[in-house]
Design a protein around this ligand. Structure first.
Ligand SMILES: Nc1ncnc2c1ncn2[C@@H]1O[C@H](COP(=O)(O)OP(=O)(O)OP(=O)(O)O)[C@@H](O)[C@H]1O
Ligand SMILES: [Mg+2]
Length: 291
């Protein structure tokens, strides 16, 4: 009952970048980035705009061309996999992008169900869903929407939901997918503090269930709630360690060259990121607030 075809696929929980280089028209977005993440870890990625954070996320699903180094997911060289193998790995990875990748015309519940269907196109998914979603999937979708506080929105057109609600639909889709590796690129952009807490807890729950969790955050205060923080600067890993070691000096270095009008606000460390702690958001919500 609980075994799905996906469970036969190799795990995608741990991953590593070895001197990874990704270039766009001669400019390196990743410039020799090295990072090793063990299965089940949770880490926050921070860094100035343009530092290569989104590119780091994309390279882990082979969403960009690699021009140097190596990327392994679940111990396998991602860029040497066949198309079929790659598809299998991608099914085990759940992503939230800066734009949530939802199908706006579809009901929220169908978008959430996309998590299960994974590699299938939206139309095939819709057909499957409308032809009669199996009861188990329907109840998982309902449960996932409930967990992100959208239990009453399953039938609402996704395009009619607010930005924050759409973001939560994307998280519900992740909960349905139950991936090995969760890559969340700024999942808290444009949501209020209460929603942030809800989404944060849902992501932590996936991690507690065994998924590796990597979250890109602009809020340094929130990043400090992760046991491991990785900072990118100019396409390289400039810091990798526990948040206690992320000093103001280190942060100034990391954000040097960013918008000169931006100033780093350094909130106090806030525990180890346990799901029950209330989130204290820095003033202005973003750790890096503009004045
Ligand atoms: N598809 C692309 N084509 C050309 N250049 C790109 C592309 N994607 C990213 N870049 C460049 O690569 C660099 C890193 O971009 P990336 O999106 O990884 O930054 P980021 O750290 O996610 O920034 P932000 O915090 O603003 O989202 C930037 O200089 C960006 O302009
Ligand atoms: Mg980005």
């Amino acid at each position: 009952m609980t075994s799905s075809p996906r469970s036969k696929e190799p795990s995608a929980r741990g991953f590593a970048l070895e001197k990874a280089v990704v270039s766009f028209r001669g400019t390196a977005a990743l410039d020799g980035a090295t990072l090793e993440v063990e299965p089940g870890e949770r880490l926050a990625v921070v860094g100035a705009s343009g530092a290569g954070k989104t590119t780091l996320f994309r390279v882990l699903t082979r969403g960009v061309a690699l021009s140097g180094g190596r990327v392994t997911v679940g111990g396998r060289d991602l860029y040497s996999l066949s198309k079929g193998e790659l598809k299998g790995v991608r099914r085990r990875i759940g992503s939230i992008y800066q734009a949530y990748n939802l199908v706006p015309q579809l009901p929220a519940g169908v978008n959430a169900a996309l998590g299960e269907v994974g590699g299938m196109g939206a139309l095939a998914t819709l057909r499957t869903f409308l032809a009669g979603p199996d009861a188990a999937l329907a109840s998982r979708v309902a449960g996932a929407l409930d967990r992100v506080g959208l239990g009453d929105k399953a039938r609402a057109r996704t395009a009619d939901l607010s930005g924050g609600q759409q973001q939560r639909v994307a998280v519900a889709r992740l909960l349905v997918q139950s991936p090995d590796l969760v890559l969340a690129d700024e999942p808290f952009a444009a949501v209020d503090p209460v929603t942030t807490e809800r989404v944060f807890e849902a992501l932590l729950e996936l991690n507690h269930e065994g998924a590796t969790l990597m979250v890109n955050l602009h809020d340094v205060g929130l990043a400090r709630r992760f046991p491991r923080v990785v900072a990118l600067r100019e396409g390289q890993v400039a810091f990798d360690g526990p948040p206690e070691r992320l000093s103001e000096e280190a942060l100034n270095e990391i954000y040097a060259g960013d918008d000169p009008h931006q100033e780093v606000v350094l909130p106090e460390p806030q525990g180890d990121g346990g799901p029950k702690e209330p989130i204290q958001l820095a003033e202005g919500r973003d750790g890096v607030s503009s004045h």
